[in-house]
Design a binder for this molecule. Sequence first.
Ligand SMILES: Cc1cc2nc3c(=O)[nH]c(=O)nc-3n(C[C@H](O)[C@H](O)[C@H](O)COP(=O)(O)OP(=O)(O)OC[C@H]3O[C@@H](n4cnc5c(N)ncnc54)[C@H](O)[C@@H]3O)c2cc1C
Length: 464
Amino acid sequence: MTYDVAVIGAGIVGSAIARELAGSHLSVALVEARSDVGDGTSKANTAILHTGFDATPGTLESRLVARGYHLLGEYAAATGIPVERTGAVLVAWNDEELAALPGLKQKAEDNGYHECELVEADEVYALVPALGPGALGGLRVPGESIVCTWTTNLALATDAKRRGAVVLTGHRVGSVTAGEQHTTLHTSGGDIEASWVVNAAGLGADHLDSAWGHRRFTVTPRRGELFVFDKLARPLVPLIVLPVPTSRGKGVLVSPTIYGNVMLGPTAEDLTDRTATGTSEAGFEFLLAKGESLMPRLLEEEVTASYAGLRAAIDRPDYLIDVDPADRYLLVGGIRSTGLTSGMAVAEHVVGLLTEAGMDCRLRPDLPPPPQMPNIGQAGVRPFQDAARIDADPAYGSVVCFCERVTAGEIRDALASDLPPADLDGLRRRTRAMNGRCQGFYCGAAVVACLERSMAPGEGDGRG
Ligand SMILES: Cc1cc2nc3c(=O)[nH]c(=O)nc-3n(C[C@H](O)[C@H](O)[C@H](O)COP(=O)(O)OP(=O)(O)OC[C@H]3O[C@@H](n4cnc5c(N)ncnc54)[C@H](O)[C@@H]3O)c2cc1C
């Protein structure tokens, strides 16, 4: 068939766009190179729902982050995506940073965010008693929140599928043939024809863009490495502790995670290899030195994991979203370090551009309700804590992963869901299994057995 629209890239941005478009009468394909949705940059970030207080005023990014903050906040409440409204404090460690705080407050106001408040050093320590010595003052940002990036991506892609989008994982777009009426995407999973194409390929967006003859931007993978500390560290970090941002980015923060841990990071290192998601010795040393001055007490706690993500940085200071009606093509590029927050607003913006280009994107009246996502956040009630649920279905009382308290019922549900995991990593993102302090040492074999059983021929794993 020829789809009305093919969206390339099933990260948060592409999934949000596919969801929005699939809510209309259009036929939509969500085309993803990897074997799962949300397996690119969207799975490895700092997972903060940004207010956009520190964006550059007047940019498209500033507008879409502010809008996305509200859209994702509302969508999370409707779907059960875990969010914790922790708030943040931005800390000044020297006179120069202290002098910058009033300007940052003004910047927040210019971005339409009016809740920031300058605080003295003693108030900073009252908020975060474990902070290292030397803080001179701070800026409170009460709206900054933590969110589950994995559930966000999965909810958006699941919603897109339930609204009728066809999710094609394992389809890497290699080349493109533009025709009079439709475009053919030549993918590793076969050809796909579509009238319109939206390029939301993240780190690969510039390469794909050149298939339409453009040479307008280059993606530089900017690696961010992070440490995850054990849950025992969580009381040390009741809210997000931010540094004063620089031209290089938002800097190294200490933050609670939605799974009850603490994270320290990210670094910011420009690379050439777009697949370099490994961590490095230099990154570790840098983070340990940062942690030592930010919160020495934190370094006494155990690190349970480390990971790295690649920001799709581009050679211009704003998002690059551009529609080309003659070629029936739309580019979404340079969604660097704010795309988790802005994704739904980017989708809204894209639909606006497509509507202006003549596409009928009006929502259908018969939309399915938003999916109800399993809660994998630490703050909400998890199945192992829910006596009534266990009474009704004992699988929710049968714990498989003890560090993270993941039950057989949750693993079974994930394997039978609309978008089941393709591998262990996908199962981790859906359930938290193997993500705890033992990193699968004790539960690994049992979790693998669940996955293998569901994939065995004749088991009817609901894949598709
Ligand atoms: C260290 C770090 C910290 C961050 N912290 C935050 C934060 O706290 N808050 C926030 O809002 N944002 C944050 N971000 C940014 C956010 O994670 C990204 O902006 C967002 O995930 C981008 O989503 P995406 O869909 O554009 O890209 P991706 O998630 O990378 O999705 C693009 C998809 O396209 C696919 N693809 C690529 N090429 C092809 C092809 N040829 N054919 C088919 N498919 C293809 C890829 O496989 C991938 O799945 C952070 C990023 C990093 C790296």
